[in-house]
Ligand binder design. Structure first.
Ligand SMILES: NC(=O)c1ccc[n+]([C@@H]2O[C@H](COP(=O)([O-])OP(=O)(O)OC[C@H]3O[C@@H](n4cnc5c(N)ncnc54)[C@H](OP(=O)(O)O)[C@@H]3O)[C@@H](O)[C@H]2O)c1
Length: 341
């Protein structure tokens, strides 16, 4: 049975810590994990942000199961690829360069993939960050808005239009898009479409608030993409999303030293190591049952609806239309940042 519950208010540090603990203790594995013996030989997988944390663990797991893994990363070249190859025992691992904060770089990745002409079976949109204060991308957007939402919107758009994601009703051919969201999306207020995409300055105090807002945009996108690609009630591309729960990763690496040390100490004791946190991601990527379904949201292994705001179809349509024009402007090479206030 699906429930619509919120673990905590992730827009403040205290709330995020409480939320993370609530996640740790409340989780009940209702589905999965997938047996280690389950194979995906022949599948081509693209994982963003695969050089560390959750993304790297996902890359190792997919490679171990026989998938060809393309690691789309900003840093870690070539060492992270070698690590994944060694840990998985697979030589079907490649690294590709991308800075998801820069839409030009997203298109360069698109160019490379098109030149390689490889049809993608599994795409994991995993890259993420929590900067300590507002940062502006080359096109003038706020960094988390760009990396968590806009880059994914642009990349998937590109892969679809280049035919590298080919919708199919055949379960064996049907591509999957797995989107790494966060329970924090439930803490965000409604998306303000008047200022959507506008750069806003903020400091440490409001960083988590903007993280939650960017994850709401991402989760809204996940629902809208699922509706658009599967509009006739038949699954052609399985678009599913999840929150992996608190992961023992380097995501707080930009925080001031005292916060970083505190979080790392708590994480060591209570958070899930990346290889275990990767299991629900792998379940969405590989389980036969999840290839039949779309629009699913998992919190670790518990299925529950994304927040009502993320499922709001009017908001999804608006977000789609507004971001369409942001991507269009990119094609003309113009500067897209919109100043707020
Ligand atoms: N950690 C948690 O408790 C938690 C909880 C819920 C959801 N999540 C989500 O899980 C995902 C993975 O995070 P993680 O915990 O594994 O953190 P992580 O270890 O910091 O990994 C984040 C990855 O994203 C990449 N990335 C960031 N900005 C990028 C950019 N501009 N271009 C390309 N790649 C970029 C990073 O690359 P660099 O090494 O180059 O920076 C890194 O590989 C994120 O979406 C995060 O929001 C995490």
């Amino acid at each position: 049975m699906q429930t619509d519950t919120q673990s905590g208010d992730y827009t403040t540090l205290g709330g995020a810590v409480y939320g993370a603990f609530a996640d740790v203790f409340a989780r009940k594995d209702r589905t999965g994990p997938l047996p280690d013996s389950f194979r995906i030989d022949g599948k081509v997988c693209l994982v963003t942000g695969a050089n560390s944390g959750l993304g790297k663990a996902v890359a190792v797991d997919l490679a171990r199961r026989g998938g060809r893994v393309l690691m789309a990363c900003r840093s870690g070249h070539p060492q992270a690829g070698k690590d994944v190859s060694r840990e998985s025992g697979s030589n079907l691992v490649e690294m590709l360069k991308v800075d998801l904060a820069d839409l030009h770089s997203v298109h360069e990745l698109g160019d490379t993939l098109r030149q390689q002409g490889r049809r993608l079976d599994i795409i994991v949109l995993n890259a993420g960050l929590i900067p300590r204060s507002a940062r502006r991308t080359p096109q003038g957007y706020e960094m988390m808005f760009a990396v968590h939402f806009l880059a994914n919107r642009a990349l998937i758009d590109r892969l679809l239009s280049d035919g590298l994601i080919q919708p199919s009703t055949d379960p064996k051919q049907r591509p999957r898009i797995v989107i790494v969201g966060s329970e924090s999306h439930r803490s965000a207020g409604p998306i303000d479409f008047q200022t959507f995409g506008a750069f806003t300055d903020y400091g440490l105090r409001d960083s988590l608030k903007h993280y939650a807002a960017s994850k709401l945009s991402l989760c809204t996108y996940a629902q809208e993409l699922s509706r658009r690609l599967n509009s006739e009630g038949e699954t052609r591309v399985a678009v599913n999303s999840l929150c992996p729960g608190p992961v023992r990763s380097g995501i707080v690496r930009d925080a001031p030293v005292f916060l970083r040390l505190l979080t790392q100490a708590l994480a060591k004791l209570f958070f899930t190591p990346p290889d275990k946190a990767a299991r629900p991601v792998i379940y969405l990527c590989c389980a036969e049952a999840m290839g039949e379904r779309t629009g699913v949201y998992l919190h670790v292994f518990s299925e529950k609806p994304a927040s009502p705001l993320a499922r709001d179809e009017t908001a999804g349509k608006r977000l789609w239309e507004l971001s369409e024009s942001m991507i269009d402007k990119q094609a003309t090479g113009g500067s897209m940042g919109i100043e707020q206030g």
